[in-house]
Design a protein. Sequence first.
Lengths: 225, 218, 96
Amino acid sequence: MFARIVWLVLRKDLTVEVRSLEIAYTTVFFAVSCVLVFAFALVREGQAPEDGAAGILWISIAFAGTLALGRAFERERQSETLRALLLAPAPRPAIYVGKLLGILALLVAAEAVLLPLVALLFQEDVFAHPVWLAAVLLTGTVGFAAVGTLFAAMLVRARSRDVLLPVLLYPITVPVIIAGVRATAVLLQPEVEMALVRFWLALLVAFDVVFVTLALWTFEPLMTD
Amino acid sequence: MPKWFMPAAATCGLMFAASPFLIANAPYESTMGLVQKIFYYHMPSAGMFLIAAVVCGVASVRYLFGGDPRQDRLAWAAAELTVLFGALALVTGPLWARKAWGVWWQWDVRLTSSLMGWMVAVAYLLLRRYGGPGSDKLAAGLALFGMANVPFIYISVNYWRTIHPTTTVVPTLPVSMGVPFWFCFAAFLLLFVLLLRLRVRLEEQRARVDALYLSLDQ
Amino acid sequence: MDRTIVATMTALLLTGAFVATGSAQQPQQPEQQEQFLPIEELPPQDQLPAAPLLVTAYAFVALALFGYVLSVARRLAVVQRELERLESDVKGSRRT
């Protein structure tokens, strides 16, 4: 039952998205523009500052993620489909998980474009530890999207939601950004300290577990009028 | 207002009026000298910042799962005081640090997590101010997430930057410094309770106004 | 005779070279410091006067607390006035 509703919500979102690809195109293009803006600001004499690539990658993910979250729920708001979804006789947490997976798919697609771009522009050996890097990126994205999906869903009914989403989201996701940037920076160095990577990854996993649980727990009271 | 409010407010005013004399008479600290005296207002501000944040978080969780509007009013009042006392701590801190450490700001655990907590409180107020109808629940959710975030911020910043200032000096204060410190702390605590009561009163009156408007409409 | 001259010459040259490299290792610092004014005599943190920082801190606390109390009092007065007006309205509507 639960898994089926998750799948139905996810499939609905993906079908709507695939038809126009509006959010996917705009998000990826925005993320690429972010990388370029930061490159213009930070690169001196063809060299990015130390750990600059990791920071630029994560800032672009966070910015593009906020944009995608806003757009994804704006679409639901315009045709009142979120209300219809919440009126359906389905467990609320399942709806949340379905929306979360949809956002995740979008962000992972954006990362798949960003990562080679960063590797190319900053001469970073991104694919030296592909499994570890993928794990860091995935856990970090899950943490960001878990908080972001809940907040964006809450804000659908609020005024000035487009401004409030980043205002609420960034202070809460600071640990994700710190851990993600640090772990990625360590992985991009020629000599990788695995103990550090493991520590940051453990922190990210703990963050994911705590915040996904909290979101599942509070989605019901938060989404009732 | 309750009966105790006016006498307590008078006591609080007297305590704040007396505190400069106690602070002036306290001895100088051996390495930091005069500037260390910021401590007597800085540390109580930071303490009230923390207490206000905890009150806001607990009240928010109780509102979210209980639905009692009194808890919501308490949470809102506490959030505003979190921003106020947080601003006091975050402004007096760098003024002290400029002399004691030679820099205005350090990316140290305590400073960074205080700043992040303060930002969450500011976000809470922005949400309540501009969120429109229904923002009470959203703000309660934000407070809950902000509370859950504290250990993560602390661990991540601690690992990212491991420069610690020695601020765990309070239990070891000599009497000559301890008396003015605890006096100031008590004054700030009293002020906090008074301001909280006053701010909750404001929300209560607003709720009464709203209820009256509703009854007039009917 | 020639040998001793050569030996002393090389010894002199070597010591000269050593002195030169030794001084070359830290050449700039004394020269640049001559340009500075006598303020440089104490480490910078001793130069900072503490009193203005202290006064700023206490003044900020006092002003911020005063401003906050004032703002709450003003907001309360506004609400109180509205409440009284509404209450008299309600009474008036009941009488009629």
